[in-house]
Write a protein that binds this ligand. Structure first.
Ligand code: MRU
Length: 364
C-alpha cells in the first residue's frame, strides 16, 4: 500500500536491526506511527490492544510473535504459542498460523529453531501478500462483470463494505479492499460506501484513511444507513471480509455484517465475502452458535474516542453512568445470504461441497 507516497506493509522485518515493525493502528487516522515489536510480550499486546488487527494480519503477527518468543528462549515453543493463542478468540487465522509454526518447528533442533521461525514468519508474510493479490484479481472479475451490466445507467459501481478488510487488516492489499483496488486498476469507476463500524470505528478510522491514501472515491455512512441506501438503489454490491468461515459457508465477521447481508438479500443485491483459505475453519461444520465471539469492553459502547476540538486525542461518554452494556465484536452471517466466497483460488459457492474441495490447497 502507498502511504504518503511510500510503499508500505502493515508488518515487516528489518534485517539491519533484527527488528519487526508494525503500523500502530490505534493511532490512525490522526497519526501515522510505526512501532517495533521488541519481544513476545509486545507482540501479544499489539494483537490484544488492536495495534494490529484484521484476521490475516493477526495470523502474520502471531508468526512473528513465535520468532520473538523463541529468540528469548528457543525451548519456549509451547509457552509462546499458548501466550499468543490467548490474545484474541475469533479470527481463526491466529490458530492457523500458530499451528503452522508449531508443526514446522517442533521437530527442529533448538539451535536452529530461531532462524527457522524467522524464515517461516517471513514466508507466511509474503504468502499473505500473494494470496490477497490473487483474491483481488478474482473479485475484480466479478465486479467488472457487474459493471458491464450497470455502466449504461450510472456513473460508478457502488460497493458497500463493513469494518476494515483492507491492506491494514492483512500485510498488503487486503481482502475485500483488494477486490476494490484491483477493480479500480482495471479502469472501473468505483465508489465505496464505508460503514463506520461502531464501536471501534474501523470503517471511519481505517478504511476511509486507506481509501483516501489510495485515491479511491468513498463516502462514510453510519452503520444503520446501509439498508436505506440499498432500498434507494445506491448500492450495487457488498464486499466484506471474514474472521472465520465454517465448512458450510457461514461467515463470521465484524458485528453488523449479518444485518447488511439480510438487507442485501431483501433487496436482491449480491453479497460477497473475500477471504483467504487461512480464514476457513475446516474443522467447523457450521458457524451459527459455534464460534467463540469476542466480548469486548463496556467502555467501547459507552464512550466515543476521537480528537477533541483542541486536536488532542480524547474520550467522550455518551451513556448514563452504570448502564448495562453488551459488546459482541463479531456476528455470523448464514451461508444462505452469501452470494459467493472470493478466495485466492477463485470464487466458490458458500456451501459444504465447494468449501471442502478447497481443503489442503493452502498447505505447503
Ligand atoms: O476486530 P477487528 O478489527 O480485528 O476485526 C476485523 C474484521 O472483522 C475484518 O472484517 C476481518 O478480519 C476480515 S479482514 C481482512
Amino acid at each position: 500500500m502507498i502511504i504518503n507516497g511510500k510503499n508500505r506493509q502493515s508488518i515487516w522485518y528489518d534485517a539491519s536491526g533484527d527488528q519487526v515493525f508494525i503500523i500502530d493502528q490505534t493511532c490512525l487516522p490522526h497519526e501515522f506511527r510505526v512501532l517495533p515489536l521488541e519481544n513476545l510480550e509486545s507482540a501479544c499486546v499489539a494483537i490484544q490492544s488492536m495495534q494490529v488487527r484484521g484476521a490475516p494480519l493477526i495470523g502474520v503477527t502471531a508468526a512473528y510473535g513465535v520468532y520473538l518468543g523463541l529468540r528469548e528462549g528457543p525451548d519456549s515453543l509451547d509457552r509462546t504459542c499458548h501466550a499468543l493463542a490467548a490474545t484474541r478468540p475469533t479470527a481463526v487465522n491466529l490458530q492457523w498460523a500458530l499451528k503452522r509454526c508449531r508443526d514446522r518447528l517442533k521437530g527442529v533442533p533448538l539451535d536452529r529453531r530461531v532462524e527457522l521461525a524467522l524464515l517461516l514468519a517471513q514466508s507466511i508474510e509474503q504468502d499473505d501478500i500473494a494470496i490477497c493479490d490473487a483474491m483481488g484479481e478474482h473479485g475484480a472479475d466479478l465486479m467488472e462483470q457487474l459493471w458491464q451490466e450497470k455502466s449504461q445507467s450510472q456513473e460508478s459501481l457502488n460497493i458497500l463494505t463493513h469494518c476494515n478488510a483492507g491492506a491494514l487488516a492483512t500485510v498488503d492489499w487486503g481482502t475485500a479492499l483488494s477486490v476494490v483496488y484491483h477493480t479500480v486498476q482495471r479502469g472501473v469507476p468505483v465508489h465505496v460506501w464505508v460503514d463506520e463500524t461502531r464501536p471501534r470505528n474501523q470503517g471511519a478510522a481505517l478504511t476511509c484513511w486507506e481509501l483516501g491514501q489510495a485515491d479511491v472515491p468513498h463516502t462514510l455512512i453510519v452503520d444503520n444507513a446501509g439498508g436505506h441506501l440499498m432500498q434507494e438503489g445506491q448500492i450495487d454490491v457488498c464486499v466484506v471480509g471474514s474472521d472465520r468461515t465454517a465448512r458450510n459457508g457461514d461467515v463470521c465477521n465484524k458485528v453488523g455484517t449479518y444485518l447488511k447481508a439480510l438487507a442485501a438479500y431483501d433487496n436482491g443485491i449480491p453479497f460477497y465475502v473475500a477471504l483467504p483459505l487461512s480464514s476457513i475453519d475446516f474443522s467447523l461444520e457450521a458457524g451459527l452458535n459455534r464460534i467463540s465471539i469476542e466480548e469486548r469492553d463496556s467502555d467501547e459502547v459507552t464512550e466515543v474516542v476521537g480528537l477533541t476540538p483542541d486536536g488532542l486525542p480524547g474520550r467522550v461518554r455518551i451513556a448514563p453512568p452504570g448502564v448495562r452494556t453488551s459488546n459482541p465484536g463479531f456476528d455470523v452471517t448464514p451461508a444462505r445470504l452469501v452470494t459467493a466466497l472470493i478466495t485466492e483460488h477463485g470464487a466458490v459457492e458458500a456451501d459444504t461441497g465447494a468449501i471442502s474441495a478447497l481443503q489442503g490447497l493452502g498447505d505447503r
